[in-house]
Design a protein around this ligand. Structure first.
Ligand code: SAM
Length: 227
């Protein structure tokens, strides 16, 4: 494993972000909004992905090319650890450990995101919730960091809004759970800030606001900007 060196300062060009397991680009949009030049990798074709896209295996790609990027985000598939997939008896490969190992081999700063079910496999993750960003869905996601990059846990406001049942229509003033074959794609697009996505992308994505917050913190370090 390559030891994490002090994070190198990035020169005048827009810092390059590698978005592993990119799907339709929820994380990507947040990093682009923060100021990164984004390249996404996914094993499946992603015609809705709004940025530069390479189809391929993310673990192989980051081993071969990760060091060419300034910062790396990874969202290995969470189906292995999500309740609804376990209930359906589906079996998916667990890519968390292989992804971490490949990320560490690059020597670059990184973030790896996953769901609550994966918590035992994540090392001291920071949790983000829609309440932290004024988004009407709780959608907790967990972010492990490495390669010399760290995040500080931000305050988690109380869940005061009622939450619609998983996948069910969302009454006015309630928070939605956009999972499975949820109803109300247009509402979910509006809530999460992902107008280009279809249902398949929305149920998988992190809200761009989460990645924008992380990307802004990363750029402070990469560009040497004072907090
Ligand atoms: C949870 S989604 C990522 C969501 C994305 N971060 C977002 O915010 O929109 C996981 C993605 O991993 C992709 N995937 C699964 N196995 C893969 C592999 N070995 N290499 C690359 N992508 C893979 C799936 O096709 C899926 O699009």
């Amino acid at each position: 494993m390559t030891q994490s060196a002090p994070i190198r300062r990035v020169p005048a060009h827009r810092p390059r972000l590698l978005d592993l397991f990119c799907c339709q680009g929820g994380a990507a949009k947040g990093y682009a909004d923060a100021g990164f030049d984004v390249t996404g990798i996914d094993i499946a074709p992603q015609p809705r992905y709004p940025y530069r896209f390479v189809q391929g295996d993310a673990v192989a790609f980051v081993r071969d090319h990760g060091a060419e990027f300034d910062f790396i985000h990874a969202s290995p598939p969470c189906q292995h650890d999500s309740d609804c997939q376990r209930l359906q008896g589906r079996d998916h490969p667990d890519l968390i450990a292989p992804t971490r190992s490949a990320l560490n081999s690059t020597g670059r700063p990184w973030v790896m995101e996953n769901v609550k079910g994966a918590l035992p496999k994540l090392d001291r993750p920071v949790m983000l919730c829609g309440t932290m960003f004024g988004i009407a869905t709780y959608r907790h996601r967990y972010f492990e960091t490495g390669g010399g990059f760290t995040l500080t846990q931000t305050h988690h406001p109380a869940h005061t809004a009622p939450q619609a049942k998983m996948g069910r229509p969302v009454p006015p003033g309630w928070y939605g759970q956009f999972v499975g074959n949820f109803s109300g794609v247009q509402h979910a697009r509006n809530v999460m800030g992902v107008p280009w996505m279809n249902r398949d992308g929305i149920r998988e994505c992190i809200p761009p606001a989460y990645a924008q917050w992380i990307g802004t913190a990363a750029l402070r370090v990469l560009l040497g900007v004072a907090a």
